[in-house]
Design a protein around this ligand. Structure first.
Ligand SMILES: [Zn+2]
Length: 237
């Protein structure tokens, strides 16, 4: 089979186009198989869990604060009652007993006040932590959206480029003779249909040709259509 100069040009472009197609198909499959949001998703879940735990801790803390405050109120009202009784009483042993109770209650009051202050300080730092985690969660959610959007865009770009290459391939195929085009399409169903002979290797299968094969190819007319002895692709010199 003889090739015209124009057919040869088309086949050179087709060989390059097929290489691009292979690369593009591979990167499209990689994009389809990968989950770009995996990392961001894991971080998002981690922060969400920490946030829930901190909120639960905050609720417990609030219950503690309420409990201490109620105890404090009780102690204070007992103290007031005892002080009233002391003023009304004329029995000295009763007064001594009541004074002793007031002292005990006063110590208890001091302890409860210390506890309350401590819990309120913890509550304050917990509120700050919750604020930080909430902001972190929001920023991760935004990051997640960006990552997913970029991934979708890359996939769309690859799909569009593939479509363009296929359109161009069909145009080039139409410029070939029926015979060469049929040969090309038959080979395309089995693998890369065309390759360039570069530095003794075929660009379709990337194999080095033996010295015997190379000299056989060189001995054929330059316009003769030859095939790669390794992969059977149309081989353009
Ligand atoms: Zn080959």
């Amino acid at each position: 089979m003889k090739l015209t100069e124009a057919e040869r040009d088309s086949l050179v472009e087709l060989a390059e186009l097929e290489m691009q197609l292979q690369k593009l198909k591979a990167s499209k499959s990689r994009l389809e198989a990968s989950d770009p949001a995996e990392q961001a998703n894991a971080e998002f879940l981690e922060v969400s869990e920490k946030l829930s735990a901190s909120r639960a801790e905050q609720e417990d803390m609030q219950l503690e604060v309420t409990r201490i405050s109620e105890d404090l109120e009780l102690v204070e009202s007992r103290m007031l009652r005892d002080q009233g009784l002391i003023q009304q009483s004329s029995n000295s042993s009763e007064i001594t007993g009541l004074q002793h109770e007031v002292e005990t209650l006063n110590r208890r009051k001091g302890e409860l006040e210390t506890d309350l202050l401590e819990k309120m300080e913890q509550q304050e730092s917990l509120t700050a932590i919750i604020g930080q985690l909430t902001a972190q969660k929001q920023s991760l959610r935004e990051q997640l959206e960006v990552v997913e959007k970029n991934h979708d865009q890359e996939l769309l770009d690859a799909t569009n480029q593939l479509k363009e290459l296929v359109v161009r391939r069909n145009e080039l195929l139409e410029s070939l003779s029926d015979e060469t085009s049929a040969d090309y399409q038959r080979k395309a169903t089995r693998g890369v249909p065309v390759g360039l002979l570069r530095e003794g290797a075929c660009t379709a299968c990337h194999l080095n040709l033996t010295a015997t094969d190379l000299s056989a190819i060189r001995s054929t007319d330059v316009d003769e259509l030859v095939h790669c002895p390794e992969c059977q692709a149309i081989l353009i010199r």
